[in-house]
Design a protein around this ligand. Structure first.
Ligand SMILES: [Zn+2]
Length: 275
């Protein structure tokens, strides 16, 4: 019997195939993913990248889109000290597209934004998008990154606090590229959220314990391509076809069969994103 491991159905829950890194060979790169039976959510990071995500999703059966503003791009929606309704209008319009399955990536990034005033603006934008998700009954794709020193604040702690205060209006979500503690993981799981893991787990053992503590029913695979390339491709540009390497590492950590890992995480994506 010829076992075709490369033909397992796999879902890359978070990637950016619309980014300029693929301008020279986007269709070839997407063909490699399609040949390997990989479906994906193309995640928006600002208005232009959300529009491009929707365009790609309309063109490809195995691609869905999300619409959002990365916390480091918070300035895009501000006019002076206020969120500009003219600027948010374009986002409201995009969410209506039927291939848009989530709002994100949104959240708090204290790593690149240690300034407290800017963090306040990130929170306002985050709350705006939580409301947008509620109005459209969509799950959230959360980006959280703590400051380097600790004195800049704990992004995950603040995110969890905001999510808890919005608990009654949430339609679920995922903490993407999860690199928090076991305690933070538990708090996301208590909210009914999923945790997304990517290539980071293939080159450090730092998250093995968190993964062991997280039920497979709450895990999503992702690449975050073009970034965070997994072993054995480190040093190259990342792409959705490499998501299988993340699945293999989770299978190793959880001592489980690869097929079970890919099947369950694909089902998790379908459940969360209503695909
Ligand atoms: Zn991303």
């Amino acid at each position: 019997m010829n076992l075709r491991l490369d033909k397992l159905q796999v879902f890359d829950s978070h990637c950016h195939p619309q980014f300029p890194q693929y301008n020279q060979d986007r269709e070839e790169m997407l063909a490699r993913a399609e040949d390997a039976d990989i479906s994906m959510v193309c995640v928006g990071t600002n208005l232009e990248m959300s529009q491009k995500a929707v365009e790609l999703a309309e063109k490809h059966e195995n691609i869905w889109a999300s619409v959002g503003l990365h916390p480091n791009d918070f300035g895009e929606l501000f006019e002076g000290d206020k969120i500009s309704p003219q600027k948010t209008d374009a986002f409201l319009h995009l969410v209506n597209n039927k291939k848009v399955v989530a709002i994100g990536e949104i959240g708090l990034d204290y790593y690149r934004t240690p300034d407290k005033e800017h963090q306040k603006k990130q929170k306002e934008i985050f709350e705006f998008f939580i409301n947008l998700a509620y109005q459209n009954q969509k799950p959230l794709i959360i980006h959280g990154r703590d400051s380097q020193t600790g004195s800049g604040g704990k992004a995950h702690g603040d995110i969890i606090e905001i999510l808890n205060s919005a608990k009654n209006i949430l339609y679920g979500g995922v903490a993407h590229s999860f690199t928090g503690s076991i305690d933070e993981a538990k708090k996301y799981l208590d909210l009914g959220f999923y945790l997304g893991f990517n290539g980071i787990i293939t080159f450090t053992g730092q998250y093995d314990e968190v993964i062991k503590h997280t039920p497979l029913e709450n895990i999503l695979l992702e690449t975050d391509a073009p970034y965070l390339t997994p072993e054995p491709y480190r040093g190259q540009r990342n792409e959705p076809a490499f998501v299988i390497e993340v699945a293999k590492k989770i299978a190793a950590i959880k001592n489980g069969y690869l097929k079970k890992i890919t099947e369950q995480t694909t089902q998790n994506c379908k459940n969360l994103f209503h695909i």
